[in-house]
Design a protein around this ligand. Structure first.
Ligand SMILES: [Zn+2]
Length: 106
């Protein structure tokens, strides 16, 4: 029984891999496995392979917060106002999304 489950998992992995290749997608770890060997679904996202390559060429294996610091220091000349603007816009975005979902239930 255990062997069949393992075979099924392997089959599913092959199917997923083939689908990802067909769609030019790859598996990206939000927190790089080199920093923390977290292979969980919460830490994994399927993204466009070309963008993934560019992302790692630019940011290597930095953590998300380190990337933000890098952007502020290297690209934005130390201007942190963009962080505050982005956070405020995200709050508005989530509020609008929540309202739209509430309306769809009516
Ligand atoms: Zn990646």
């Amino acid at each position: 029984m255990k062997k069949r489950c393992s075979k099924e998992k392997k089959r599913m992995r092959r199917v997923l891999k083939a689908k990802m290749k067909e769609e030019n997608k790859t598996n990206h770890h939000i927190k790089p496995t080199s920093r923390d060997n977290d292979n969980s679904e919460k830490n994994t996202i399927y993204i466009d392979a070309d963008k993934h390559d560019i992302y790692h060429r630019l940011f290597s294996n930095l953590l998300p917060d380190e990337i933000i610091h890098y952007l502020v220091d290297y690209f934005w000349g130390g201007q942190e106002k963009w962080l505050i603007t982005a956070i405020k816009q995200r709050e508005v975005y989530y509020e609008q999304k929540k309202r739209a979902q509430a309306m769809s239930y009516l």
